[in-house]
Design a protein around this ligand. Structure first.
Ligand SMILES: Cc1cc2nc3c(=O)[nH]c(=O)nc-3n(C[C@H](O)[C@H](O)[C@H](O)COP(=O)(O)OP(=O)(O)OC[C@H]3O[C@@H](n4cnc5c(N)ncnc54)[C@H](O)[C@@H]3O)c2cc1C
Length: 800
């Protein structure tokens, strides 16, 4: 065994093998995979091997599509048979809402370029899968590229293809210890010690322990999962084709053919965790005892859906474990504070997602950033709070149980909540606040009368008029919003300005000023839509999205220079935004400081009532407004003080649902919708904030975009002729039957009375006045490109 490799991948399941393959494919061949037992010895050997298209996150759905396309490539490259059965697949809906949801999902697929799907009637679906009963079903989606593979063959194909490209695989060698060194990592194994620059945790069922070897608590847990393989089914013997991979969403089952019988897999409502601290080291090719009683309800539904199962016996039961993160998506990428330690675990559907995970991770390691926007599976989407075992248990359990349960966009799920609450939480709850969650924090959605319950809906819900009233209050007088859910980083030190200047693509603000600041990656794509504050005396703030705290902190760490201190104030500071034409009248009463002199985008320290606060004059609502920051412990006092001072102008509390509507009326983009790490400044209009006269990270690529032919698509605002439902995101946009873009976000503009959307649209169709159409909850609606900012287009109310 060599004593040095550039990369050591720990774990020879499908994920580790795929990472190894992609590293070698991209040119890093001094790489080795170390496996405790033999390849496939974790979850991989007993997986059902199903591959299907659906994922709630479109970016992950795209990576799944990549994996499916890759399978035959690795088969050919390795010469290893992977038993690919591309039977096509059906996903069936059994309730009216689910059927509408599936029609929306189909349109989302069109938006992201997955074009081998079509909607099918129940009759058509039953013809495609004749052993399925159509009872209670309303429709389905067909996808050409679905089916199943032989799991062991697939892992060996990845590993074989990697070896052919120069990579090394070492079996029967457990990694015992990991020690960080100046150059990277010392990997202590049963067969000796290896030094490497990078280590990859692809340890599957053992990922928890391999995390702990480096002092990392990954939010991951195994759960048990059943499938059965039936005896031969006479009906299948008579068919001259294989039945398609079929998912019955309301039945909690998936099915595929296995020889002349079927494999029926069950997502168990009564879920069961297994070895939350990781599998025992001696765990081998074993399974858990099947427990049909625990899954009786789902089994009954399955046997009703496929009546032929009532006539034959069960040949084999499998009850095995695989791993889940709190939201069910993988944990991939560099771990903050552990240079050279990469996570490739919690991959729930390794055969479906493993290719995309391997590709993205290898690109990240070699090129510094993955090609796709992989935020949805980035390990940095969780913070320290997600290390808690009870939190992991509740959230992974919730995800597992709801795997095939429909979640509405306006639905708030209970697991792992409430966790962190701002100081005024109890008072706001008493005032009727309905809460959502951002990262670990409870954030206000809207304020309702006692006893109000929001109906889960794909369309406008019964909260729609409440949110409308809140929006009008802000535009007509003044509104108060808890903004504890913004991130705040303090930057100080002799080189603070130099550091910020090369990190941000915009000019930096002068003392007492704030500035919108795009932050770019080296490849010129967006890394942040931030606001930089210069409080004077060498104290700066970076403000952004609260849920990106860890993600941004990792970026700051990775680009740190000497003489700079960055402090995340997320646990220390909280605040309120006071916005609306009457806001000056309210805040003026509370301070004898020169608040009326504070210009738009000005900032400073003010006494507000009895509190010492930091105030910036800006508002996401697009009105005259003030963001008032206080110590976390002062939050309730600040709220009481502001509400008392605002009583005579009928100051009204509002939540983020209203803010999302107000910002849409101003065409203000937000992260993870208009702005993502997949988009560029030119596409999104962020280029207007760039200072082209200075050096900054990503400048070369940004200049190339500026001086080139321009981006293919541009961000526009649309007015939609909607009917009871608004666009939400990823709906396809059409011009004369041709797809010309997709929605980035949408909603109802309550004070303009318009259904609005923002969208990335081909340049030829961007001009205001252009007639287009888009699909909302599966129904095509007319839309028109309008000039940006339908409310107060000149920004006079905000600046005035
Ligand atoms: C019943 C069942 C059905 C499933 N059906 C499907 C399906 O239809 N489609 C699908 O895509 N997925 C399915 N899955 C999930 C799939 O099995 C997993 O997503 C996948 O196997 C995860 O692969 P992995 O490489 O991350 O982990 P694993 O397969 O667990 O591999 C991890 C490897 O790391 C090794 N290892 C751990 N620690 C060390 C160490 N210290 N030193 C050296 N080696 C170490 C282990 O021995 C193991 O071989 C199913 C799972 C189960 C249980």
């Amino acid at each position: 065994m060599k004593s040095h490799y550039r990369v050591v991948v720990i774990g020879g399941g499908v994920v580790g093998a795929s990472v190894l393959y992609h590293l070698a494919k991209l040119g890093w061949t001094d790489v080795c995979l170390i496996e405790r037992s033999v390849l496939t010895a974790g979850s991989s050997w007993h997986a059902a091997g199903g591959i299907h298209a659906l994922n709630a996150d479109p970016n992950i759905a795209q990576l799944q599509a990549y994996t499916i396309d890759l399978l035959s490539e690795i088969e050919e490259e390795s010469g290893q048979n992977i038993g690919l059965h591309m039977t096509g697949g059906l996903t069936m809906a059994g309730t009216p809402d689910r059927w509408e949801w599936l029609q929306s999902a189909y349109r989302t697929f069109q938006s992201i370029g997955i074009d081998d799907c079509r909607l099918v009637s129940v009759e058509e679906a039953v013809a495609l899968n004749p052993i399925m009963s159509g009872d209670g079903l309303l429709g389905g989606m067909w996808a050409d590229r679905e089916g199943y593979i032989d799991t062991t063959g697939t892992v060996h194909a990845y590993a074989g293809a990697a070896k052919k490209r120069g990579a090394t695989v070492i079996e029967h060698n457990r990694v015992l210890e990991l020690n960080q060194t100046l150059e990277g990592w010392e990997v202590v194994t049963e067969k000796g010690t290896i030094n490497c620059e990078h280590v990859v945790n692809a340890a599957g069922l053992w990922a928890k322990q391999v995390g702990r070897m480096a002092g990392i608590e990954l939010p991951v847990s195994p759960l048990n999962h059943h499938y059965l393989i039936s005896d031969t089914i006479p009906q299948l013997e008579e068919l001259d084709f294989e039945v398609p991979m079929t998912v019955d969403l309301e039945g909690f089952t998936y099915l595929r053919q296995d020889q002349k019988g079927v494999l029926l897999g069950i997502y168990e409502i009564n879920h069961q965790h297994w070895m939350m601290d990781g599998a025992p080291w001696e765990y081998g090719f074993e399974l858990q005892q099947e427990d049909p009683d625990r899954i009786e309800h789902e089994l009954t539904l399955g046997f009703e859906r496929y009546p032929c199962l009532q006539e034959v016996g069960v040949k084999t039961w499998v009850n095995g474990a695989f791993t889940f993160s709190p939201d069910g998506n993988p944990l991939v990428g560099p771990v903050r504070g552990k240079r050279g330690y990469w996570s490739a675990c919690a991959v729930m559907a390794g055969f479906l997602q493993g290719g995309g995970v391997g590709k993205s991770l290898a690109e990240w390691m070699i090129h510094g950033t993955p090609e796709a926007d992989v935020y949805g599976m980035d390990v940095a989407r969780y913070g320290i709070w997600a290390e808690n075992k009870q939190y992991i248990k509740e959230t992974t359990g919730q995800f597992y149980t709801r795997r095939f349960v429909m979640t509405y966009p306006n639905e708030q799920l209970p697991a792992g909540r409430p966790l962190k609450m701002a100081g005024a939480h109890a008072d706001m709850t008493a005032a009727g606040c309905q809460w959502g969650q951002s990262w670990d924090l409870e954030v206000p959605l809207y304020f309702a009368k006692p006893g109000f319950e929001e109906t889960p809906s794909l369309k406008r819900s019964n909260a729609h008029p409440i949110v409308g009233d809140e929006c009008r209050a802000v535009r007509d007088s003044a509104g108060l919003l808890d903004i504890s859910g913004f991130s705040r980083f303090e930057v100080t030190g002799p080189n603070a300005q130099t550091w910020l200047d090369q990190l941000m693509a915009s000019k930096l603000p002068a003392p007492g000023r704030a500035k919108l600041a795009p932050m770019l990656a080296e490849d010129g794509r967006l890394k942040g839509d931030l606001t930089v504050f210069n409080w004077g005396d060498g104290v700066w703030w970076i403000m952004g999205s609260y849920y990106l705290r860890q993600w941004h902190a990792r970026w700051f760490d990775d680009h740190m220079i000497a003489g700079v201190t960055v402090r995340d104030l997320g646990e220390e500071m909280a605040g309120f935004s006071l916005a609306g034409p009457a806001s000056l009248k309210v805040i003026e009463k509370l301070t004898d400081g020169p608040i009326a002199d504070l210009k738009f985008m000005g900032c400073g320290h003010f006494d507000i009532g009895m509190l010492r606060c930091m105030v910036g004059r800006l508002s996401v609502a697009g009105e005259l407004g003030y963001e008032i920051h206080c110590r976390a412990g002062d939050h309730a006092t600040l709220r009481r003080t502001l509400l008392a001072a605002g009583a005579d102008v009928r100051l009204r509390e509002y939540g983020f649902n209203a803010l999302l509507s107000l910002r849409l009326e101003k065409s203000f983009g937000i992260w993870n919708a208009e702005f993502t790490q997949g988009y560029t400044p030119g596409m999104t209009g962020m280029d207007r904030w760039i200072d082209w006269n200075k050096d900054f990270i990503g400048k070369q690529a940004a200049v190339a975009e500026r001086d080139g032919n321009g981006p293919a698509q541009k961000l526009v605002t649309l007015e939609v002729d909607a009917d009871g439902a608004d666009a939400s995101g990823y709906e396809p946009i059409w011009a004369a039957g041709k797809q010309v873009g997709f929605v980035t976000s949408g909603g109802f503009g309550h004070t303009t009375g318009k259904s609005l959307a923002m969208a990335l649209v081909d340049q030829a169709h961007c001009a205001p006045g252009t007639d287009l159409s888009l699909h909302i909850v599966g129904v095509e609606r007319p839309a028109k490109v309008i000039p940006p900012s339908p409310h107060d287009p000149r920004g006079e109310r905000m600046r005035g």
